[in-house]
Design a protein around this ligand. Sequence first.
Ligand code: ATP
Ligand code: MG
Length: 892
Amino acid sequence: MRRWEFVGRTDELNRLLAAVTGEAGRGLFFSGSAGIGKSRLLREGVGELPTDRFAIWSIAASATTAALPFGGLVQVLPAEQPQGLSPAGVLRWALNLLQQQAAGRRIVLAIDDAHLLDPPSAALVHLVARAENATVVGTLRDGEQIPLPIRALWTDDLVEHVELDPMPQAETAGLLAAILGGPVDPGSADRLGRLSSGNPLLLRELVHAASSSAELKQTYGIWKWTGRLELAPNLTDLIDTRVGKLTDGVRAVVELVAFGEPLGLHLLKQAADQADVETAEERGLITVVPHDRRTNVRLAHPLYGEVMRRRCPVSRTRRLQARLAELLEQVGKRRRDDLLRVAVWRLDSGTAQDPALLLDAAVQAFTRYDVPLATRLARAALDADGGFDAAELLATILMFADRPDEAIDVLDAVTPEPGDERRLCRWLTVRGMVSYWGLSRESTVEEIASRVEQLSDSADRARVHAFEAIMRLHRLDTAAAVRLSQRVLDRPAAGVAARELARSTIAYVQAAQGELTRSGTAIAQVHSAAANWRTDMPYLQLALELARGTRLMLTGDLAGIDAIVADEFADLAGEGDFRLGTGYLAILQAYAARLRGQSDAAMRTSLSACAVLATSRVYAGLAQAERAQSAALRGDAAQAAAAMAEADRTHAPGMAVLYPWLEQARGASLAASGDLPGAVKHLGDLVDRLRSDGFAGHEVHVLHDLVRLDQAGMAVGPTCSDGGRRTVAQRLAELSERVDGVLPPLLARHARAAVTDSPTDLLAVADDYAALELTVYAAEATSQAVQRLRQQHSAAANDARERLAGLLGRCDLIRTPALQAGAPVLTEREWQVARLAAHGAPSRAIAERLYLSARTVENHLQRIYAKLGVTGRAELWAALRSIPGHEGSDGG
Ligand SMILES: Nc1ncnc2c1ncn2[C@@H]1O[C@H](COP(=O)(O)OP(=O)(O)OP(=O)(O)O)[C@@H](O)[C@H]1O
Ligand SMILES: [Mg+2]
């Protein structure tokens, strides 16, 4: 059956073209039921675009490609993908490639059945849509589950989303004529059109059924349908009947394509009779599409595949999949993707016996960050006697997916012989990692420390030592961690991975100690060597991320955090099952939002970090601490306390190195609950502890927390040689010379301004905070200035209040002790009066509105002015806005 001409749909077509060629270049997605004409419309629309202005890629996702990472984009990506890239790296590489090939033209990505995209492909599509010079258009079938990055296309406003309606009666008549290739009797057209309810595919199947039962006849050149109008037929039933009538040979062809599309024509011809392939094409069941030097066969419509696959009994399905694997193996796997396809067919058909193939495929799936598929393949490799290599890979994947118990079982089953040193080295490290972080067994450190003696090779020893070092770091044995890491770096025989792991450990310690510049250099070095360690030691990524994230948080570098969150496409990567990495990035993101005063986003993101990391023994406590901080920022003491309790419950002793974050959060939580003395005492003790641990990078932040609680003059630390103790302000001044970056001197200035009660200096500090987007700190310093100006009855109070209102206006709800302390307390009645007066209502109107006498209103106003330290109505508005929660219900 040839493809009949395109009928109608003029408005939709114009809309699609306008979406691509219009100024905004905002894309468009059509949704609609099966067979309604989405794919055809998309094809026609894209076909009209001039190729000199647009670089167009058309992609048809399908059920078979959905099973493979990047399966949906095989038609777009080159067969060979670079190795050793992070998930973000792969996405970035692919995007660059499209940009290159587009050579200055606008990129158009047309995705048919986008709901069937595999997660990495969906992420890439989203990324393309975000690019300046690209437009994404596509189709989605109603009622299907849609991958998040695709759904986000319209929630992020990157594309329009339009429901494609059934064809109007007039157009179905035209379509019918096109299908039959001649005019149709109006009565017949009308009845068939109604029967199909405007669905072109249904109409086509009806015509097909009618022709085979001789109900459609051409007399004097006019087609007439003599069938009876029965209940509206069901599309799948019709297809089912049609498929059921196929000869065995033709059915075999359609089946192979249903399980193997896109299938090379050369391959199909090996498995099926040439005549049957032709018949299937003639009947419009399959289509042959040239693609990149090979000819592919696809189903003419996805519904045929659905019906076919559903009809096919399990045993036959397996036979077909095994057959497909065999065919592809025979003709030779030409593309890297072929390897994955063969492996998945082998897996699904229960014929996976070749451990080398499965292991290869598992590595490939893992490098494409398809954790579930990689796990299946690695497990199959192990079951097929893949031995130690398979076990090591499987355990690593399980560890990344946060399933340590399974990982340890896998490793214990392949304990190496004592003489096998190379294996022993790898086994010790991977098992050590699972046992220490995954299972929180602290004794692991001693275990591997003692067994390293069994290794004679210097490189092997370095690898184990690098692991021992990072474990020691995490349990706060900092000096030993640095010593061991330094030894690894000094050893010429040490491999790249061992070396970079050691460097990450040192970079972390440097950050915590306030050597943020050197830490930054080390981190950049580990990062730039990534291609050389990623395959050998994928878990190094986590050590790198922790060092990098810690450094950025301590530096207060919010733009830096934005950059890595964007760089790693944190929101997109969340699609894969890469829990630890995504969870940690979410913590960073929440931290940046919190310091900016975006407390809604901070709350949301920290909650999602808690959810992602709920079962993780690695970062769960940290995520809960961040949630406690966000809640405290909003003045939600109950949630802050609950989050702290969760943090304590989930925090693993093996992650002791994270204690500064947890304890800082505890301070904020205490303060939010109104227990200021408790908070101050707690933070003071924390300062002492950090000082004795040498964590100056953290210490400055905790000292600043005390400044925020107006404790800049409080004594901290040990008694000095002069017999006295330092104040918070003095200690900050001291540390500002030792801790790198612009932040410590600023924190020290804040403390000094508070001690000397200088509103001018506090306001200057606030400006500098604001320039760093540390909006909460800026607002707090301003509030401290307002407080002092009010006490001094200064005329500058009003201006400062304006500034505070401006800063609070940039934030979501925030309610910290520093902001509350400066805020005057109004009664509910005073709030009502003040708010109306600030909106310009005259006293008389206020009086009427509140059923008071004008005189009472005046009295209220005088009291309000006194409390707020303003001279009259003109200043009232700014004064009210500078009170945190001024829009809250407590205002009445
Ligand atoms: N306007 C049209 N003119 C001519 N033929 C059409 C038109 N719209 C659809 N068709 C034909 O009808 C059949 C079904 O349409 P299409 O494949 O576009 O449906 P779909 O909405 O993509 O369905 P699915 O959700 O199952 O993918 C196809 O053979 C297509 O060529
Ligand atoms: Mg379609």
